[in-house]
Design a binder for this molecule. Structure first.
Ligand code: SAM
Length: 272
């Protein structure tokens, strides 16, 4: 009987956790980004959708095929569609991080072959060992990070010598008036005149810089066309105000791309 009394508190605590009403699921996902991913027809929120990822995969397979067997890191993975696409294209070990826990929860529940975690790129070396990765890529992420050198240094710490880094992003020649992104935060595009030096300072040697500005124009025209074509469907899933914000953001970005105050760039670098 005495022994039974010891067990009672544990039964009560266990029972409380079993019967406690679970909190209703409240989506903290950025609605404009969710809309973008729906329009792009995959969990991508970068320019050029699969076409952009295919550009990178083709190059890696042709020039650095050994990377497919190594450890790869998707930085700022968002909803996880890009990382999953790499796995489906033969990349064996893909890790993915994002600063936003809501997108990581979403990605974890959907893509089981990628190892997702909620980590700030500026402190990635706390999560991974030195020399861990052979390939690191960022699709439309650095524009959201003001202190690029800190992040690039952190990425170098978890990379082995010879690791390939791929940066795909918005670019500017000179700093102009700041643009706001879909999350309402100021954008800090890659400064084409500074990036080589920033990479070198952080432990990376530039292999290739490819100007994608004209391609970005085509991609954003197509995106706005898709929005027009799918407006009815989208209106059923999202609030008017989110659709309006989305449309205004991309019309503005396209305008900047047309008048060449904004561009797009694809950079490959190698860990020194
Ligand atoms: C435009 S989305 C791109 C998502 C993804 N790369 C893709 O191609 O679909 C930018 C992502 O970068 C993430 N991000 C911004 N700053 C970050 C940081 N310091 N560390 C990790 N992720 C970051 C954001 O949370 C967001 O999910």
């Amino acid at each position: 009987m005495k022994k039974l009394l010891y067990v009672v508190p544990f039964l009560l605590i266990g029972g409380y956790f079993l019967l406690k009403p679970s909190k209703p699921f409240v989506s903290k996902l950025n609605q404009a980004r969710l809309m973008l991913s729906e329009l792009r027809g995959g969990d991508f929120t970068h320019a050029g959708d699969k076409e952009a990822v295919d550009m990178v995969i083709t190059k890696i397979k042709q020039e650095f095929p050994e990377i497919l067997k190594g450890n790869c890191l998707d930085v700022g993975c968002g909803f996880g569609g890009t990382a999953d696409y790499f796995v489906k294209n033969g990349f064996k070990h893909v890790w993915a991080i994002d600063i936003d826990p809501a997108v990581i929860n979403y990605a974890k529940s959907k893509y089981k072959q990628v190892q997702f975690s909620s980590v700030d790129a500026a402190s990635v070396s706390l999560k991974f060992d030195r020399d861990f990765f052979s390939f690191i890529y960022l699709f439309n992420v650095l524009y959201a990070i003001e202190d690029k050198v800190t992040v690039l240094r952190q990425l170098a710490r978890v990379s082995k010598p010879g690791t390939i880094l791929m940066i795909f992003d918005y670019s500017v020649e000179e700093t102009t008036e700041p643009l706001l992104d879909l999350a309402g935060k100021p954008m800090c595009p890659i400064q084409t005149k500074k990036i080589k030096q920033q990479l070198y300072e952080s432990g990376w040697e530039v292999l290739e810089v490819r100007d994608l500005s004209e391609t970005f124009v085509v991609w954003y025209e197509q995106l706005l066309q898709k929005l027009e074509n799918k407006k009815k469907e989208i209106t059923g899933h999202f609030l008017e105000k989110d659709i309006a914000k989305f449309s205004a953001t991309y019309i503005h970005i396209l305008h900047q791309l047309h008048n060449k105050t904004l561009g797009g760039v694809l950079i490959y670098a190698k860990r020194i």
